[in-house]
Design a protein around this ligand. Structure first.
Ligand SMILES: Cc1c2[nH]c(c1CCC(=O)O)Cc1[nH]c(c(CCC(=O)O)c1C)Cc1[nH]c(c(CCC(=O)O)c1C)Cc1[nH]c(c(C)c1CCC(=O)O)C2
Length: 345
């Protein structure tokens, strides 16, 4: 991390140091709710955008320039690791991600490659371009998916409502599931270290679908691997943010993996979660993203209420409980960020 960033609101809050106001960024801030995103998206496929460092950098910079957030997040996807391992990935409008060669048998797991981090050099190249453009103005967050969440896409062959096949593998063939998870975790550790080397200022691990799991299954099949990944990072002074949908339940276990920040969904009272955690772990969240569809008065009231609740706490990063929806009005997103930056007292 550049020395400049150590004094940024975001890095200070991530390390639970005092800040004059909470920093703000929003998950999925580099995406489809912006007209300027579509101006680029209409010319390239999603994977082309991820794999062309100049384009990935352009998209990363959109919310920096248009929203004025306090941290940028690299434009990419959690599924690039699975693709590098041999998953035949495509993204179709309205369908989402799809793997044409789902991973369901022992042979399928054997076929996945692990010495693939060099295939992800395009991500490192994008990071370097973004850092030149940011020029120390705000920190850059890199990210990866958690092994469990990435596994779910590989096993299901795409998005899923109930994770039926994935959970069936955990329950009926736990050894096979562990073999798959261990391979993804190995690649993910190398991939996040590549991002650190390329110059990210923070990292977030997305375990979006952990909420599908029972406590014991979360512990055995997700938490174990996130802990290994965090322990395997050459993290220097880089804060690690752990996100999962379901964090209001799993936060005590998530803390054991030793992240610096836990990103909390909107079901929980954020202060209660913070107080339940060991000292020195910051929280990020946790507005319900649907609030941003509401009237501006409601948006402001909810932001003020969350701020009042968290007042006096070090280690609070304003964010949503999950990502921005593609049809959210840009104006409302911008309004929320302006309120957080300028109107909280
Ligand atoms: C589960 C997951 C994925 N990808 C990601 C997650 C975890 C975050 C979460 O829980 O929301 C992470 C992700 N995906 C994307 C980012 C970029 C940075 C950001 O703006 O936060 C990040 C951090 C861009 C994207 N990733 C994707 C888009 C849309 C692609 C398009 O333009 O069509 C973007 C901007 C595609 C994607 N990628 C994925 C899905 C399910 C989809 C389709 C979503 C949908 O159709 O609603 C997998």
């Amino acid at each position: 991390m550049s020395t400049k960033q150590q004094d940024s609101l975001f890095i200070k809050a991530a390390f639970s140091q005092p800040t004059e106001r909470p920093p703000v960024w929003m998950m999925r801030q580099a995406g489809r709710f912006m007209k300027e995103y579509w101006d680029i998206k209409n010319r390239y496929s999603f994977l082309e955008m991820c794999k062309t460092p100049e384009i990935a950098a352009d998209v990363t910079m959109l919310p920096v320039d248009l929203l004025g957030i306090d941290a940028a997040i690299l434009f990419s996807d959690i599924l690039v690791t699975a693709e590098a391992m041999g998953g035949d990935l495509s993204f179709t409008q309205g369908v989402g991600p799809r793997f044409s060669n789902p991973v369901r048998t022992s042979d399928d797991v054997d076929r996945l490659e692990t010495g693939v981090v060099r295939k992800l050099q395009y991500v490192a190249d994008a990071i370097k371009i973004v850092q030149q453009r940011l020029d120390g103005k705000i920190p850059l967050i890199g990210f990866a998916g958690s092994p469990f969440t990435v596994m779910s896409y590989l096993v299901e062959g795409g998005s899923s409502k109930d994770f039926k096949l994935t959970k069936l593998m955990l329950h009926n063939e736990p050894e096979l599931a562990h073999r798959l998870l261990a391979k993804i975790a190995e690649v993910t550790t190398g991939y996040l270290n590549l991002q650190i080397e390329a110059g990210v200022d923070a990292l977030q691990i997305f375990d979006s679908w952990a909420s599908a799991l029972a406590w014991d299954d979360y512990k055995e099949f997700s938490h174990t691997y996130i802990s290994k990944i965090i322990a395997g990072l050459n993290r220097q002074d880089i804060p690690i943010i752990s996100f999962c949908k379901g964090s209001s339940v799993f936060a005590p276990l998530m803390a054991e993996a030793k992240p610096d920040v836990i990103s909390v969904d909107w079901n929980a009272d954020l202060l209660n979660v913070k107080k339940s955690l060991p000292a020195g772990i910051a929280v990020q969240g946790n507005l319900d993203p649907h609030i941003l569809y509401a009237d501006k008065k409601v948006i402001k009231d909810r932001i003020v209420k969350l701020h009042e609740r968290m007042k006096g706490e070090n280690g609070f990063i304003f964010n949503l409980g999950h990502g921005i929806m593609p049809d959210l009005p840009f104006d409302n997103v911008k309004y929320a960020i302006d309120v957080i930056k300028n109107e909280l007292t």
